[in-house]
Ligand binder design. Structure first.
Ligand code: NAD
Length: 348
């Protein structure tokens, strides 16, 4: 299904109601802005702390504000007159970032704390928070053949240090704003999202983009090897960006999910070694593998149990991994060529 063409999403909004999207200079929120614009919403306010020229995507006709949302007064301004607020702003990245910069990750709690209060004061009808599978108890993720995580597995809590605890606390804010103040809040726990217009270099990129880049680099330079973080046996599931956007829309507009965190990911588990093989196949090359056992690698295994989402939405993310990876690989290849040619790319 193509973004903007979603038969299940039942937005209760009028096309002229104001939608506020935080983190819009980044990967997922940038795609969400484009999605609502394509659906004909005429008032979208996109907010990010990055200067505008560093935003990954620019959707014409959208109000774009450069503001640091860890300050309350900026959140008040961002949420003025909002009908719906989507908070996807966070200081985050792949394992290399979240294992090293736990303080930055924890400080994102300021963003959600001020955004949800501002959304409430502005009289917003609905509030969305982007949580993460990192909120789950790490004790349940010690084996590559992991049992898929269901929503109740977040408690008893032992989330990923830093990033995961911030997500869990912010989820709790969302639940209490509904319980005490009647603000309709919605929380999705994303499992590894990948696709075009995502970070692909510079230290914040995640495994699919990093591996695509390494394969493209190896082809370009003629070096026949690839460095893999860890032993490559760690397992994950990966969701294509279009599925993530469709899922956000459906979750935000499903009243059964008010104040109820839900998995948003695929349940197709794959090892990093097999992911490398798939990307090598797309790139048409076979590389010699070197394993960096000191590199950050996160939990041994993590998968999404989709029983709940299938039951509530009669849907789950369904883009085949190879299909999504092909699109991602070719996009990164073009970015790589553009950078070599001195053109601007998403991270410059
Ligand atoms: P991203 O880094 O591409 O986008 C996040 C954006 O938030 C960035 O553009 C950043 O500049 C902005 N931001 C950070 N601090 C800010 C602040 N103080 N004020 C305003 N803007 C600020 O990341 P993404 O992959 O698009 O992730 C979006 C959301 O989804 C995040 O909350 C992230 O934790 C969550 N998530 C993502 C994944 C994934 O695989 N990408 C997985 C789980 C959860």
């Amino acid at each position: 299904m193509k973004a903007g063409d979603n038969p299940k999403a039942k937005s209760v909004l009028k096309k002229g109601d104001l939608i506020v999207i935080a983190g819009a200079g980044g990967f997922i929120a940038g795609a969400l802005v484009r999605y609502f614009h394509e659906q004909g919403f005429t008032r979208i306010r996109a907010v990010d702390k990055k200067p505008l020229y560093q935003w990954y995507q620019h959707t014409p006709g959208v109000e774009s504000l450069c503001m640091d949302l860890s300050f309350e007064e900026n959140c008040r301004r961002a949420c003025e007159d909002a009908a719906e607020v989507y908070n996807l702003a966070a200081d985050m990245g792949g394992m290399g970032f979240i294992e090293r910069f736990r303080i930055e990750c924890l400080r994102s709690i300021l963003i959600n704390t001020h955004m949800i209060e501002s959304a409430y004061r502005a009289g917003a009808q609905r509030y969305f928070f982007s949580s993460s599978a990192c909120a789950y108890n790490v004790e349940l993720q010690k084996d590559p053949n992991v049992r898929a995580l269901k929503e109740s597995d977040a408690y008893p809590a032992m989330a990923e240090r830093g990033y995961g605890w911030e997500k869990l606390m912010s989820e709790m804010f969302c639940q209490e704003y509904w319980a005490e103040r009647g603000l309709k809040t919605f929380t999705a726990r994303f499992h590894n999202v990948y696709g075009p217009w995502g970070t692909w270099d510079g230290g914040r990129e995640k495994a699919p983009a990093a591996i695509c880049r390494k394969v493209i680099e190896a082809k370009d330079t003629g070096l026949g090897n690839i460095v893999i973080w860890g032993d490559g046996k760690q397992t994950r599931s990966f969701m294509y960006i279009d599925d993530c956007i469709d899922g956000i829309d459906m979750i935000m507009h499903c009243d059964k999910l008010i104040a109820t965190p839900i998995n948003l990911g695929t349940s197709y588990l794959i090892s990093i070694n097999d992911l490398v093989s798939l990307i090598e196949k797309i790139g048409g090359i076979k590389l010699k593998r070197e394993y960096d056992l000191d590199a950050p690698q996160g939990v041994a295994g993590r998968n999404s149990d989709n029983t709940f989402i299938k039951q509530v939405l009669l849907w789950e993310p369904n883009t085949p991994l190879e299909e999504g990876l092909k699109k991602t690989y070719h996009w990164i290849e073009q970015q790589y060529k553009d950078r070599k040619a001195g053109k601007r790319t998403v991270k410059d």
